[in-house]
Design a protein around this ligand. Structure first.
Ligand code: AMP
Length: 355
């Protein structure tokens, strides 16, 4: 038996009935509903205002029913209705961001995975503490600009993956940086980016064993980021700066990638360390998570971020990936979530995968 994450009271509404897979209609919800249907679980889409009409165009992913709220912030008021429906909320990036990590963590409705992870992921400092204490290599963080000895990326607090990152090739270039808020200076790692979609199952007793359960690799992508991806076409940095053009890292899409097979061992090693440390720190990260990093030319993987839930890059693999196909044909992350819920209930171990 593993670690219980939910009290009996929290699981009360799920006694003797199949959990209803519920999520906010956005991000990866079509995949989540599609996976739940494939596993025979009921589905409920939370819509802001009128349910989006385009769901009608995807009959295999349309939720069985919708629950509408006027604003995402009003979701806590719908907690009774969600519990009555036997809902288990599946967090995704937009769901947590729109509601706020704190409010999400306080929802009095069963949530898939360990809600304690929210506090560790939403604060960049705590996230670094977790990863570094797990022995994971990360881009160096400079406490002071005078220590800088190579290219750096300056990130404002809270500015996840977006505008406002500042790149400097060296200390001299960094001296021209005029901050407009609190920020961190990080080593700019040269190499190639990989976003690895893992899944940790505390229920599984086979495969790549970690903790009491096992670790699975379900897919891998690289994010398209505007305008940085195509910036080189416009000429040198000097010319760009003269024209007032600054790099931005706004995610606009995803492309599928695979890793050199000989590097899979170190990818699993990094993910396993992150899971093992999460078990020690807060009872474990359960379900999907994404390790986001850069493979250098020395073949060292440096992790700049983790997402502790399903990421939108998994939408590439609704009908399976080159990795998940080696476990089960047609296995998406959405479907894997539904399997975990179904197995948790069948084995009387829902408390280990729901919080
Ligand atoms: P983040 O908000 O930390 O997810 O970063 C957004 C994007 O910035 C990433 O997808 C990368 O393209 C880039 N990035 C972040 N940190 C680094 C780093 N230390 N070195 C190089 N690129 C980075």
């Amino acid at each position: 038996m593993g670690i219980p994450l939910a009290s009996e009271a929290r699981l009360g509404p799920l006694a003797d009935r199949a959990p209803t897979v519920a999520t906010l209609c956005s991000h990866s919800s079509l995949q989540i509903f599609h996976g739940a249907r494939a596993e025979g679980l009921p589905t409920l889409g939370i819509a802001v205002g009128t349910p989006p009409r385009f769901y009608d165009a995807f009959p295999r992913a349309r939720p069985d029913r919708f629950l509408s709220v006027a604003r995402v912030s009003e979701l806590p008021q719908a907690a009774d209705a969600l519990r009555d429906a036997g809902a288990v909320l599946v967090p995704h990036g937009s769901f947590v961001e729109y509601l706020g990590a704190e409010a999400f963590g306080r929802l009095d409705v069963p949530i898939f995975g360990n809600r304690a992870v929210l506090a560790w992921e939403s604060d960049r400092r705590k996230e670094r503490e977790w990863l570094e204490s797990a022995g994971v290599s990360m881009p160096r963080r400079y406490e002071d600009a005078s220590e800088v000895d190579g290219p750096v990326i300056v990130k404002y607090y809270g500015a996840k993956g977006g505008k406002g990152f500042y790149l400097a090739k060296n200390r001299e270039a960094l001296a021209e940086f005029r901050p407009t808020g609190p920020y961190v200076i990080q080593e700019y790692v040269l190499g190639t980016r990989y976003y690895m979609h893992f899944f940790y199952s505390p229920l599984s007793d086979r495969g790549y064993r970690v903790g009491h359960g096992s670790l699975e690799l379900l897919g891998m992508d690289r994010r398209d980021e505007a305008n940085i991806d195509e910036l080189y076409k416009l000429g040198s940095e000097e010319e760009l700066l003269k024209a007032g053009i600054r790099p931005t890292f706004v995610v606009t899409g995803n492309v599928p990638v695979v890793l050199r097979e000989s590097l899979l061992g170190s990818a699993f090693d990094v993910a396993a360390r992150i899971v093992e440390r999460s078990i020690e720190l807060f009872g474990g990260m359960v379900g999907p998570f994404c390790v986001e990093g850069i493979m250098t030319e020395e073949l060292e993987f440096k992790v700049f971020e983790i997402s502790t839930r399903i990421v939108a890059g998994t939408n590439l693999f609704i009908s399976g990936s080159p990795y998940s196909d080696l476990m089960e044909p047609g296995l998406s992350t959405g479907r894997r979530i539904a399997q975990e819920l179904r197995r948790g209930q069948a084995q009387g171990r829902l408390a280990e995968v729901v919080s």
